[in-house]
Write a protein that binds this ligand. Structure first.
Ligand SMILES: N[C@@H](CCC(=O)N[C@@H](CS)C(=O)NCC(=O)O)C(=O)O
Length: 225
């Protein structure tokens, strides 16, 4: 059966362009865990399975492990690490390093998507504020990365998985914000290119032009020109 392995059946309720869903797909591949991908309709016709599996937020991604739902992408990443501890851990063994990884994953969660949405939704001064904030967020991440290969040091880990799906949204953020990640944050730009060479990332990142077209479609739907 698709998604079944000796540790049980894994299914992922997801939506193709979602950075949160991509986190889960990348983590599942990093860990070599087979799963069944279940694309969801989020446009006003949510499936019974999604509503039953995530009755609180009614959002993707949801991981079903032998039919039991786990919601919220970062919680799913932690769950995968705990449920499948022997396969490619996302979190390092050292407690302090684990806390650092969680801090940056949480920072990404609190900052990037929300600011990115303001960038494409707003106009004038509020949009200029979102642009300044996004550059600040990306510079902060560039500083946290420093000269390390990955946020997890030498290993691709939790914070990398949390942030990397947004690299395919950078192109749209750059176009709506009128800035360049390469120029503002060269270390982060180089990190994104390094990550893109990983099979798990290359396979699951949505091409940047498709993300841009998707956002343009949303703008049209919301009547934002
Ligand atoms: N904090 C959640 C965010 C998930 C989320 O925003 N999912 C969006 C798709 S990108 C969704 O399902 N939207 C449907 C809706 O809001 O009705 C996570 O990390 O999983």
């Amino acid at each position: 059966m698709a998604g079944a392995n000796k540790s049980g059946q894994l299914q992922l309720l997801d939506f193709w362009v979602s950075p949160f869903g991509q986190r889960c797909r990348i983590a599942l591949d990093e860990k070599g865990l087979p799963y069944e991908y279940l694309e969801q309709d989020l446009g006003g016709n949510k499936s019974e399975l999604l509503l039953r599996s995530n009755p609180v937020h009614k959002k993707i991604p949801v991981l079903l492990h032998d039919g039991r739902p786990v919601c919220e992408s970062l919680i799913i990443l932690h769950y995968l690490d705990e449920a499948f501890p022997t396969s490619a851990p996302l979190l390092p063994p050292d407690a302090y390093a684990r806390a650092q990884a969680r801090f940056w994953a949480d920072y990404v969660d609190k900052k990037v998507y929300d600011c990115g949405t303001r960038l494409w939704k707003l106009k004038g001064e509020p949009q200029a504020q979102a642009r300044a904030e996004m550059v600040e967020i990306l510079r902060t991440l560039d500083g946290a990365l420093g000269d390390q290969e990955f946020f997890g040091g030498g290993a691709f880990g939790l914070a990398d998985v949390a942030l990397v799906p947004f690299t395919s949204w950078f192109h749209a953020y750059e176009r709506f914000g009128g800035f360049s990640v390469d120029e503002e944050c060269p270390r982060l730009a180089a990190w994104a290119k390094r990550c893109a060479q990983r099979p798990s990332v290359a396979k699951h990142l949505t091409p940047p032009d498709k993300v841009y077209d998707f956002i343009c479609g949303l703008k049209k739907r919301f009547g934002i020109e």
